[in-house]
Design a protein around this ligand. Sequence first.
Ligand code: TPP
Ligand code: MG
Length: 888
Amino acid sequence: MNAKPVPQLEPDHEELSEWIEAFDQIVEEEGPSRGSELLAALTRRARQAGVDIPVQLNTPYVNTIPADEEEPYPGDRALERRIKSLMRWNAMAMVHRQNKKDPGIGGHISTYSSLATLLEVGFNHFFRASYGDQPGDFVYFQGHASPGVYARAFLEGRISEEHLEGFRHELHGGPSLSSYPHPWLMPNFWQFPTVSMGLGPLNAIYQARFMRYLENRGLIEKTPRKVWAFVGDGETDEPEAMGSITLGSREKLDNLIFVVNCNLQRLDGPVRGNGKIINELEALFRGAGWNVIKVVWGSGWDDLLKRDRSGMLLKRMEECVDGEYQAFKAKDGAFVRKEFFGKYPESLALVEHMTDDEIWHLNRGGLDPQKVFNAYKRAVEHKGSPTVILAKTIKGYGLGSAQARNATHQEKKLSDDAVAAFVKNFEIPIPESAAKQGVPYKPAEDSPEIRYLKERRKELGGFLPARDVPKPNIQAPPLSSFSESLEGSKGRAVSTTMGYVSMLRHLMKDPNIGKLVVPIIPDECRTFGMESIIRQVGIYASQGQLYKPHDQDMLLYYREAKDGQMLEEGITEAGSMGSFTAAGTAYSNYRVPMIPFFTFYSMFGFQRVGDLIWAFADARGKGFLVGGTAGRTTLAGEGLQHLDGHSLVLSSTVPTCASYDPAYVYEIAVIVQDGIRRMYQQGEDLFYYLTAYNEDYPMPEMPKGVEEGILRGIYKFQSAASGKATAQLFGSGSILNEAVRAQGILAEKYGVQADVWSVTSYNQLRRDALETERWNRLHPTQAEKKPYILSALGTAKGPIIAATDFMKVVPDQLAPWLSGRLVSLGTDGFGRSENRQYLRRHFEINAESIAAATLSRLARDGKFEAKKAQTAFKDLGVDTEKIDPARA
Ligand SMILES: Cc1ncc(C[n+]2csc(CCOP(=O)(O)OP(=O)(O)O)c2C)c(N)n1
Ligand SMILES: [Mg+2]
C-alpha cells in the first residue's frame, strides 16, 4: 500500500510553530534529555496509532558535538601546530627526496597530509604505549600514511636521517624503512600490517573482541586499553572493512574506536562524488549499533552556524555533494564564496564580513585539533558500544596545487616552486635549496618542540608504534603425551579429522598449555565432529548464556560461557582469520602466547581469505590452520565448489607457512608437537597448514624412527613385501591408502614389487632442496650437499609414481630432483558431486590407476612389456580413452 503524499509543512506554518514553541520551551526548562524522552514517547505513541515513522539514521550534516559542549584543548596548540608542520614537512620531504634520487620508487604524500591532525591529537593526548606493566593501546595506521609515522619517529629520535634516506630502499645495505607497516620487515616497530585495504578495519574489530576474550578468560588484566583503527574513506568500499561491524556492537566493544579519514577521495577520484560518504557511513554504522561522532566542520564555522537563523547555510551544507566539496578545496576562497555561500542570499550574507582568504581558511573538522580532541575524548569515555569518528579532511592538505585534486594520491614529488611554497607556508626553517632536495629538518634536542613532543609521549607511557617479543617461556608437551594419537586406532576406522579433534581435546587438558589453545571455528563444528569440544571448553560468549539450550539435558549440549575457550565465529572465514590473527600474534601484542587452531572447510581457506593469511604471515603470526574436508576426491558428494584440490598449492606460496598433508593421526601428532615446540618454545616465526580428511580408515601405530621423516616431508611407510622394489609409490593424505592398495595389486597381479612412501609435505621437501641447491650453487669449491629428498630415497630404485588428492603440481614440486623418474597423479580440474570411488576413478588416482600408471612407466623404461601394460589399464578398469579430467 502506498502512503498518501503528505503536504510538507513550511517552518512558519502556524500549527507547526506552536508545536515547535512548546518543544523548545521544554528543552529550555528541562534540558535536552527531557526533549529526547518526549520525542521517544511521541514516536511510540505514533507507531501505536499506526502512523508510519521513517527510521532516521542520519543527523544533520554538522558536528555531532555542539560547539558549546566542547571542552577546551588541553595541549599547547601553537607548539603542537609547529610540531605537526615539522611532521608534514619531513613526511613529504622523505617521499620527495627518494623520488628525486630514484624516480618511480613511489610513496604517498597526500594521505598523511589529510591525516596529520587526526594522528597528532592522538599521539599527543590519547594513544597510550602502556598501562603500567600492561601493554598499551593498539593503533592500526592507514598503511600509506606511513611517511607521517616515520616523520614522528624521526623527531622523537627513534630513527635517524639515514633511515629516512633508506625509505623504500630496504636492500641498499644501510638503515631503511619499509614502504608500509610490515612487522616482518620492521619487527621492532610495526605491529599491524594494514596496507591491503579492508584488512586493518576487520582485524581491528576482532582484535578488540579478542582483548575482551583474554580478559574474560582471566588471561590478561582488564585495562582501559583501546584499539584505534584509522581507516580511509575509500577503504570502506572493501567488504572486509564493513563486513564485521555488527560484531562490534553485538559484543559491546567500547574498547574499539574507528577513525575514518573522510578526505572524500580515494585513488582515482572522489569516493562518493554524487553523494556524501560521511552520511552513508553514518547511517551504516548507526544502523549497526555504533556510537557515531561526526566531525565535519572546524571551529571557524561555529560562528556562521550560530548565526544561521534562516537555516540556509545548513541547507547549503546538506545539499552539496562530495564532488562539490572536493572542488571547493581545490579552488580558492573567491570560488567558495561564489559557489557555496553565494547560492542563497542568506548564506552569502553570513560571510560578507570575511575576506576571500578568511573564507579559504574556514577549515574542516578533521583538521581542527579542538574538534578532533573532543571527538576522541567522547569516544574514549563512551560506554557500551564501539565508536566511529567520521572526520572530514582534505586530501593533499597544504600541498598547494595538488590539494584536493583527483590526481593527488599519486603525487610523489612536488615541483621546486611547490616545495618552496610548502616550506614557507608551514614555516620550516631550511634554505630553499635544501627544501628542493627534500632535506629533512629536526630542531635541537632541547628545543621546545622536541621537549614537548617527548614529554607528551613520556606521559602516555612511551613511543608508539612499537613491537616487542618477550622471551618464550613455554615448554612444549613431549611427544609421549600424545600417546593416544601415536598408538593408532586398533583397527577402528576413523578419519584424520576425528584423530585431530581428539588430539586437540587432549591438548586443551594439558596443565601447562591447555588454556592457551584457542579453537576457532566458522560454523563447522558438526562438520568436523567437534561438538565434544563445545561441551568440554564452552563457546566464548561475552554475556554468558542467556537462554536454556533446548539440548541442555544431552551430553553434548550447546554450551556458551563467559569464559568459554572456543571461538565460534559463525559463517565468516574472514572474521575467523581476524581472530586467528589476534590470537596468533598475542605472544607479542599481549605477551601471552596463545596457540590458535583455526579449523575450516579447506576449500574456503586460502582461496577465500588468502590475503588475510598473507597479512598474518607479515605480522609474524603463529598457530595452526587446519583445512578440514580436504582433498578433491575425499570429500564425497559436495561437488565443484567444495572439493579442494589446490589449497596446498596456495599455502605453498606463503614463505612462513609450513604445509603438511598427513595421512595418519600419528603424523598429525608429530607435526603439532613439533610445531608447538618450534613456534612457542624456540620462538620461530612460522605457522602451519594441515589438511584433515573425513574418510574413515584404521589408523596404524606410528612405526619406529619416522619422526624426522614426517617433519621433513617423507618417510618409507611400507617396503615391498618381498625382494627389492623396482618402483616407488608416493602417497599423501587419504590417497596414501590407495598407494598401499596399488602396492598389493602390483605385487599380486603383475609380480612388480614397489615400496610405499608417505609424503607429508612436498613443499617442505622442495624448500629444503632449493635451499641446498642454492648453497651448492654459491659454493662451487665445496663438497655438494644432498637435498633431504635424495638422502631419504637413498638407493630406492625405479620410477616414482606420486599420487595425491591435490593437483599434480604438488608432487611436481620435486621434479627437478627426481629427474625422469617422477610421474604425478593428481586431481587437476573441477570436482563433481560423486562418491569417493567414482571420483578417484575419474581423477585417475585410485589404486588401479596408480598400479596401471606404474606399469606404463616401467614399460616406457623398458622394464615391463608395453602390451601387458596396455591391457593392465583395461583389466584394472581404467578407461584410457575418456576425457582428461583436467578439462572435464
Ligand atoms: C586491497 C587493496 N586494493 C588496492 C590498493 C591500492 N590503494 C592504495 S591506497 C588506495 C586508495 C585509498 O583511498 P582511501 O582509503 O580513501 O585513503 P586516502 O589515501 O584517501 O586516505 C588504493 C586503491 C590497496 N592498497 N589495497
Ligand atoms: Mg580517502
